[in-house]
Design a protein around this ligand. Structure first.
Ligand SMILES: Cc1cc2nc3c(=O)[nH]c(=O)nc-3n(C[C@H](O)[C@H](O)[C@H](O)COP(=O)(O)O)c2cc1C
Length: 312
């Protein structure tokens, strides 16, 4: 069994990944949040800063969002020069601002455009291409028309989140839709979506016994022990609160080191807590104080009540 950490733009960035993997195990790799596929002559070095080689880059697969073959190929070539061997194509982003420009899930109804993109991507020397997609833009059958195009390219894997783009994250995952796609897919297929507990994972594994690779996003931030629990059958080493406290301090310090002013590190930490809060169902009042904190002191006071005294 293989477990991947999903890309969560704005959350699982470099700072987050480095701190996360210093404290928690269970994942075999991660896909980084998307960067735009750009014509390289127009790109600033800043464009690649989340992906520069470093401790978090091992087992990391960058992801590109775009619809222009040349831009995709040029950006993938830079990533290859940075040492990456795998690049993922984002065909899942549901946001109308992206999708209405035929990017992300907006490309799903256009197999021939995806084919042209993959022709260019797969021709980049030294790069293996994977695709992460939803079932469709608004029609879950989009993926059925697209699958022959995916099958005819030498992809490393296909990652399916079984919702449609217009659904955003609402409603439930469409497991019948996933099964229909799986029946057509000739590549290694990765299941992704709504794995928030070991029980949810086990139910999915029972339903799809042929699937060997799984990807977890929000569930891994809501419960940072989840991948370990899945790997060990439930047990995790050490004291959970102590480990969460050590990770939180590491992450909080890292954000204050790289981001200026109190507002930016606070925003990042609040976003993490918007998921992590699910691990503290009895702490609604303190979580509300975290969400409303305007100063580092107010934030630290609220977090201390959730995790115990902080050593900042
Ligand atoms: C805040 C947020 C940011 C996301 N950013 C990306 C992204 O950059 N690339 C991508 O392919 N998917 C992105 N996704 C989708 C996730 O990778 C994943 O497919 C989705 O959350 C379903 O998996 P989960 O239920 O395990 O979270 C994002 C999702 C969320 C909630």
């Amino acid at each position: 069994m293989i477990l991947y950490l999903a890309p969560l733009h704005g959350v699982t960035n470099r700072v987050f990944r480095e701190a996360y993997f210093r404290h928690f195990g269970g994942f075999d790799g991660a896909v980084a949040p998307f960067i735009l596929a750009v014509r390289v002559a127009k790109a600033k070095p800043q464009h690649f800063k989340d992906l520069l080689p470093g401790p978090g880059a091992e087992g990391l697969e960058p992801q590109l969002l775009g619809n222009e073959p040349l831009a995709f190929a040029e950006t993938a070539r830079v990533l290859s020069e940075l040492g990456y061997r795998d690049v993922d194509l984002n065909l899942g982003c549901p946001y109308p601002m992206v999708a209405n420009k035929q990017r992300g899930s907006g490309l799903l109804p256009f197999p021939e455009r995806v084919g042209a993109l993959l022709d260019a991507a797969c021709a980049v020397p030294g790069i293996r291409v994977s695709v992460k997609l939803r079932l469709g833009r608004s029609d879950p059958r989009d993926i059925l028309a697209l699958m022959p195009v995916l099958n005819e390219h030498p992809l490393s894997r296909v990652i399916v989140h079984p919702r449609v783009g217009t659904q955003m994250y609402r409603g439930v995952v469409d497991l019948d839709g996933f099964a229909r796609a799986a029946a057509l897919c000739r590549h290694e297929l990765v299941y992704n979506g709504d794995i928030f507990s070991r029980a949810a994972f086990e139910a999915l594994r029972a339903r799809f016994p042929a699937i060997e690779a799984w990807m977890i996003g929000r569930g891994a931030v809501s419960n940072p022990f989840l991948a370990e629990e899945i790997g060990t059958g439930g047990a995790v080493r050490g004291d959970r609160i102590e480990r969460l406290r050590a990770w939180h301090e590491d992450l909080y310090r890292s954000y204050r080191d790289v981001l200026c002013g109190p507002a930016h590190p606070l925003d990042k930490m609040k976003e993490v807590w918007s998921y992590l809060g699910a691990s503290f169902p009895g702490k609604a009042r303190q979580l509300e104080r975290v969400a409303r904190a305007k100063t580092l002191a107010a934030y630290e006071g609220a977090v201390s009540e959730i995790l115990g005294v902080m050593d900042c």
